[in-house]
Design a protein around this ligand. Structure first.
Ligand code: NAD
Length: 510
């Protein structure tokens, strides 16, 4: 299937965004900043297209979405090239985006028909009533998305929204819009091929003003991005009383216990901290190592890090690419300077790598860090690994929880039961044991943040059902009349019946 030009709305204003390759500086393309009128028009078209999509069975919707995902999978080299052009990430990083979406689509294709099926629930008086709950699409769902995984994080929530029968409109990041435009244009073609209206899937390009306008015209808003923007999005959505979810920033801790396999822990910390050059919401950004194994762990980390490959070329053996954003490069440098000024030492790295490109920063570990340093509190979007020695397990958990964020966490231990016990005390949406970011690639389990890391969950039934409205039908059975018509809810018969039900309830089937 060939990709045709996307039907982007024509805005009334002449404002534009220019997208650049962060490695070469080359101009990738220019797109309009859609104004409120263009956004409203796109949402209205999605609204018109939605009933026909909503009328399809979940399995029929799944067939269209699976054909589209098959195309992305089969054409992965081209999809990855688009992602890499706008982000500067590695082949491996770009592949992970395609792989993740393929897993998400496969999961919902298998389970969404079951999760969305109408079903009976227990009635207060089962002899007299039946209760039926069904799920209906919300209408048009809006998505505002970031640049660090421009394809995966744009579509990871949009896919379940489509399974649930909704129309969708997305405002991709102004830094990396072409990955989304390319993928969704392909989806529009599959909708056309199935005699469905491609306007079901709308794309509005632009900046903060476009995102704000989108909140004003949708029935549900899914936001992935920074905590600062998330607060503004939440306030705007709350003013309209529409439901919303927020996937925000993190400062994820890793704890290395004294019984951990230290090679596994060192390699695991490098992977968890340096994936996408650290530009991951769920990257390891603080490492707490128990005193007894601290020196050995640090030596193993340095040893494994010496084998890291950073580069701007092709191939799945390159571990780190460029940073995408100059802003993140400057923030990374500022955090290292602040830490060093306050007494930290650079174990390795600590500088730019201009020979590879303007935004390349070397993988960097710091020791002798303390919680007085910004690097242990502020979110980092760069390849930084600050390491702290801790007395014991209790201190590690206390420091891990000493954060405004609570997205994810990792524990390295040889005793899985001990790891699970510790995990229960860490305030985070998920805790991985012996390998970071496990949850990110597991569409069946809920993922989301506590505290300033967000609100709501993606993944699993939770990540699907938020895009549906429950609709309950409760029916009086016909033989109720045999018991005599009651005109009041407080007749002596009702009082007697509640008394009986209180006794019977524990014995009734669920
Ligand atoms: P950002 O908040 O700057 O922008 C995100 C999106 O919001 C962009 O599309 C932007 O145009 C839009 N936007 C900006 N201001 C807006 C406003 N006032 N109203 C509506 N929309 C607005 O974030 P970013 O720099 O693109 O992404 C990096 C951040 O995203 C990091 O904090 C990272 O941790 C977070 N993130 C979280 C997750 C997660 O799943 N929890 C995943 C990836 C990234």
């Amino acid at each position: 299937m060939t990709t045709t030009a996307p039907p982007l709305p024509t805005p009334a204003t002449a404002a534009q965004i220019t997208v650049r390759n962060p490695v070469t500086g080359a101009d990738i393309g220019t797109l309009p900043v859609c104004d409120a009128g263009a956004v409203a028009q796109t949402a209205a078209r999605a609204r018109t297209a939605q009933p026909a999509w909503g009328a399809q069975s979940v399995r029929e919707r799944g067939r269209v979405l699976s054909r589209w995902m098959d195309e992305l999978w089969n054409d992965q080299r081209a999809v990855m090239a688009t992602i890499r052009r706008e982000t500067g990430k590695t082949d491996g990083g770009a592949f992970s985006e395609v792989a993740l979406l393929s897993a998400v689509t496969g999961y919902y294709n298998q389970y969404a028909p079951r999760f969305l099926a109408a079903h009976r629930r227990p009635a207060t008086f089962p002899i007299l009533h039946t209760v039926q709950v069904s799920y209906q699409p919300r209408g048009v769902c809006g998505f505002i998305t970031p640049w660090n995984y421009p394809l995966a994080l744009a579509l990871i929530d949009l896919i379940p929204a489509l399974f649930a029968g909704n129309g969708v409109v997305i405002k991709p990041s102004e830094v990396t819009p072409f990955s989304v435009i390319d993928a969704l244009t392909r989806l529009q073609n599959h909708l056309k091929a199935a005699s469905l209206d491609p306007a079901l899937v709308g794309i509005v390009t632009g900046d903060a003003s476009t995102g704000a306008a989108l909140i004003d015209v949708v029935d549900y808003l899914s936001f992935t991005g920074s905590t600062a923007t998330g607060r503004k999005v939440a306030a705007r959505a709350a003013a309209r009383l529409i439901p919303y979810s927020l996937e925000l920033g993190g400062k994820d801790p890793a704890i290395v216990l004294d019984d951990a396999d230290l090679d596994l822990a060192a390699a695991g910390v490098l992977t968890g901290a340096l994936e996408n050059s650290g530009q991951v919401c769920v990257s390891i950004e603080r490492v707490y190592v128990l005193d007894g194994v601290y020196d050995t762990f640090v030596a193993r980390l340095r040893d494994h890090a010496s084998r890291l490959v950073q580069g701007n070329g092709d191939g799945m053996t390159v571990h780190l690419g460029s940073l995408t954003h100059e802003r993140e490069l400057l923030r990374t440098e500022a955090q290292v300077s602040d830490a060093v000024a306050k007494g930290a030492s650079v174990l390795f790295g600590g500088e730019r790598v201009p020979a590879l490109g303007p935004y390349f920063y070397a993988p960097t570990a710091l020791v002798d860090v303390t919680h007085e340093m910004a690097i242990m509190h502020e979110e980092t979007f760069g390849p930084l690994i600050p390491i702290m020695r801790v007395r014991d397990e209790a201190e590690a958990v206390h420091l891990a929880n000493d954060s405004i964020y609570g997205l994810s966490a990792t524990v390295f231990t040889g005793d899985l039961a001990r790891g699970r016990r510790l995990a229960a005390d860490i305030v985070a949406g998920d805790v991985a044991i012996n390998r970071a970011q496990l949850n990110f690639f597991n569409p069946a389990a809920p993922m989301g943040g506590e505290k300033d890391s967000g609100l709501g969950r993606r993944g699993g039934p939770e990540g699907l059902l938020r895009f549906a409205r429950t609709h309950t039908v409760i029916t009086e059975r016909p033989w109720r009349g045999l018991l005599g018509v009651q005109l009041s809810h407080t007749s002596p018969l009702i009082v007697w019946a509640f008394g009986i039900m209180r006794r019977l309830r524990p014995w009734l089937p669920l």
